[in-house]
Write a protein that binds this ligand. Structure first.
Ligand code: RNT
Ligand code: ZN
Length: 463
């Protein structure tokens, strides 16, 4: 959008807000002067926002950055929000044992979604405060089973009918995940690589059906569903045989993926891990295992930011693995000392990931997903904070001055470092505010008061 057009949108929205406030005030018999004050305040904040944006455009222009183009690119980068942040990875099966699988959610903030409708309502609230059009990643255990005990090897697309309808209404895409944990057949820590054939077969059937559900979602929504297989399999203590479980896993995965599905409907991804709680010594599906699997089978590789050594960054992996695999799915997360799945913050690590995503996006698809679960703060706010941070980091990367690359190409590493450091304090915040405004979501921290209202009106009543 050109700046003039944007100005027009702002002024119109200010006028509308003023008008509706005025109507609202007269209903409540508030002094007309308060409406006038409101109008003046909103108008002046819109003006200062516009002023800051103009200055930002000017400054970026001097550095050869096209701000409009960056904003257009950002609006085309959907983030897949993870349904499991809304209810502490519980899901809607009739009976659910321990979470297991080495996953742990800590905190007991009130207001956890207990039903699909509550979860959808919470997601609607979060999405209303996040700029852009996004996606939702569902786990198999979030099906709607009508109170019946449908085991994981019996799930069908119809159990996700309401999710699909909800997504369709909102123009959202869906992604999917088989749930290979929190189940008696996963209680000893093994699923697809289990030494007992019958247990392997059970999980193979679950994963096969998950892909079919993914394809049904992709078909209905006309956007491919990324179905991501993650299993917890591993040993607490040193194994005597590291090889056999991996051989079994290859065979099981080949059976899961045996049926060819249209890539327009379903895209398969596989997710590795270094270790989990209770599987500290050995993980069957390690990074090397899945990198080899994805390369040899043409699968998308899922890189979770919390699944490597604490000092190892997934940012540096993108440009390597994308030379060999057809695409990458990112699980953007934040580990604190271990794979603790903290809410994503605007860290150096996040900025480094976003930079590489932007740099590599023309080479191969990089699907963006979130993966964290924090029950110690408002869960809706947790979605918003993490998603807005990822978008902000992508914007910062899209606004990177071309002089940095030019300096590197010229072998001038002094200028490269100087420019990289200067770029940190360029006025990208004004560009972010403008993006939020143009997408009709609150700028700055003002989204928090909407979340507080929602907490008062909805979440605090869930007892
Ligand atoms: C676990 C993996 C996996 C899960 C979700 C719930 O360590 O990161 O992606 O977090 O499937
Ligand atoms: Zn993950």
């Amino acid at each position: 959008m050109k700046i003039e057009k944007w100005l027009f949108v702002i002024c119109r929205s200010v006028r509308e807000q003023g008008a509706s406030h005025e109507a609202h005030s007269s209903q409540n018999e508030v002094e007309p002067s308060s409406a006038a004050r409101f109008n003046a305040r909103t108008m002046s904040s819109a003006k200062s926002l516009e002023r800051s944006f103009r200055l930002a455009i000017e400054r970026y222009g001097q550095l050869g950055v096209n701000v409009d183009r960056a904003l257009r690119a950002l609006s085309r980068m959907p983030v897949s929000l993870h349904c499991w942040q809304g209810d502490d990875v519980q899901g809607f099966e009739r009976s659910r044992g321990e979470l297991g699988g080495g996953l742990a959610v800590t905190g007991n903030y009130p207001g956890r979604a207990r039903t699909p409708d509550e979860l959808r309502r919470d997601l609607d609230q979060a999405l209303a405060l996040i700029p852009g059009r996004h996606r939702l990643s569902l786990h198999a255990c979030y099906g709607e089973f009508g109170g019946r005990a449908i085991d994981r090897d019996a799930i069908e697309p119809r159990h996700f009918r309401d999710w699909i309808a909800w997504a369709k209404e909102r123009g959202l895409g869906l992604d999917f995940n088989p749930t290979c944990f929190g189940h008696p057949k996963a209680a000893d820590g093994f699923t697809l690589s289990h030494r007992i054939r019958g247990i392997r077969d059970f999980w193979i059937e679950h994963c096969r059906r998950s892909r079919e559900i993914g394809a049904a979602m992709g078909r209905a929504l006309r956007t491919p569903c990324v179905t991501n297989v993650w299993i917890p399999d591993g040993f607490k203590d040193s194994p005597a045989d590291r090889h056999a479980p991996r051989e079994r896993l290859i065979e099981a995965l080949d059976s899961v993926f045996a049926r060819r599905l249209s890539p327009q409907q379903n895209v398969d991804a596989v997710e590795s891990k270094l270790f989990g709680l209770g599987a500290e010594s050995y993980t069957v599906g390690s990074h090397e295992f899945y990198l080899g699997y994805a390369v040899s089978r043409g699968k998308v590789l899922c890189l979770d930011a919390g699944h490597f050594h604490p000092t190892e960054s997934i940012a540096d992996k993108l440009s390597s693995v994308l030379l060999y695999v057809p695409g990458v799915l990112l699980h953007v997360s934040r580990g604190v000392r271990w794979d603790s799945d903290h809410v994503v913050t605007f860290s150096d690590e996040l900025q480094a990931i976003a930079r590489e995503v932007v740099a590599m996006r023309a080479t191969a698809p990089v699907h963006l997903g979130l993966d964290y679960f924090d029950a110690s703060i408002n869960r809706v706010a947790a979605w918003i904070i993490g998603t807005r941070n990822l978008l902000r980091a992508l914007l910062l990367a899209l606004l990177e001055p071309p002089g940095i690359r030019a300096a590197e190409r010229a072998g001038d590493f002094t200028a490269r470092l100087a420019l990289q450091e200067e770029a940190r304090s360029l006025p990208w915040g004004a560009v972010w505010d403008r993006y939020c405004e143009s997408q009709n979501v609150p700028t700055g921290e003002s989204w928090l008061s909407d979340v507080r209202d929602y907490e008062r009106a909805v979440l605090s009543r869930r007892v």
